[in-house]
Design a protein around this ligand. Sequence first.
Ligand code: 13P
Length: 251
Amino acid sequence: MRKKIVAGNWKMNKLVGEATELATAVKRSLADKTDVEVVLCPPFTVLKTVGDIIANTQVKLGAQNMHWEKEGAFTGEVSAGMLRDLFCHYVILGHSERRQFCHETDAVVNRKVKAALTANLTPIVCVGELLEQREANQTEEVVTNQVLKSLAGLDETGFRRTVIAYEPVWAIGTGRTASPAQAQEVHALIRRVLAKMSNPGAAQAVRIQYGGSMKPSNAKELLSQPDIDGGLIGGAALDAAAFVEIVNAAG
Ligand code: 13P
C-alpha cells in the first residue's frame, strides 16, 4: 500500500510573518497526522522559519528547487546539502514554472534528481503537458518523454523513493482541474512507463501526486482514483483550512 502524500507548494508567496502564521495553523491541525505524509514547501527565505515551527511533528519540510552541484561559484543557487542542513526532506524539481520561466530541461532535472537522492533528499519530480499539446493529442508522448528523461539512470532504491507529480500545465492556477478520469488515465500511463524503466514492483511503490487546481471540493474524488497517491497543492495550500481539508480528504 502506498502512503498518500500531500505537499503544499507555496511558490513565491509568504513573508516571514505570514509564513509563521500559516505554518503554525497547519501544525495545529496536522502535527500528529500519520496516515498521510504532509509536506510544506515554502520559499527558501522562510525554510528555517517554517522548519523550526514544524520540528518534532509529523509535518515535513521541502524546498521548491535546488542546484545539482554540491557547492561553488553558482551565484544565487542553493545546494542539496544546504537544504539538508535546514532539515528539508523533500525538494520539488522540474516544476512547469521552472521549465517555462527558467528554461529547465529534462536533462537538468535529471541531474538535480540524482544530486537530491545522493544527498538523501526525496525529489518530487513534476511532469505535465501544455494545453496545446493536450489538444494535439500529444499528452502521452510528452509525459512519457519527461518521465523517461527526468528519471533516467536511477538505481532501484532511488527510483522507488522518488515521488512524481503529474501537473497538467493547463490546470495550474487556472481553476480548471483535470477530471478524475483524465488524471487517472495519465497516472496509469506514468506507472506503465515506470514499470518499463525498472520493474512492476518498483513502479507499484512509486507515489504519483496530482497537481493543478486541487481544492477541498475536488480533492476527494481525485484522490480516490487507483493511481493518484496524493496532491501537490498550489493556491489552496496558502490557506491553512483549505490545505488541512485536502490532507484530510487523503486519509
Ligand atoms: P495550483 O494548485 O495553484 O493550481 O498550483 C498547482 C501547482 O503548480 C503545484 O505545484
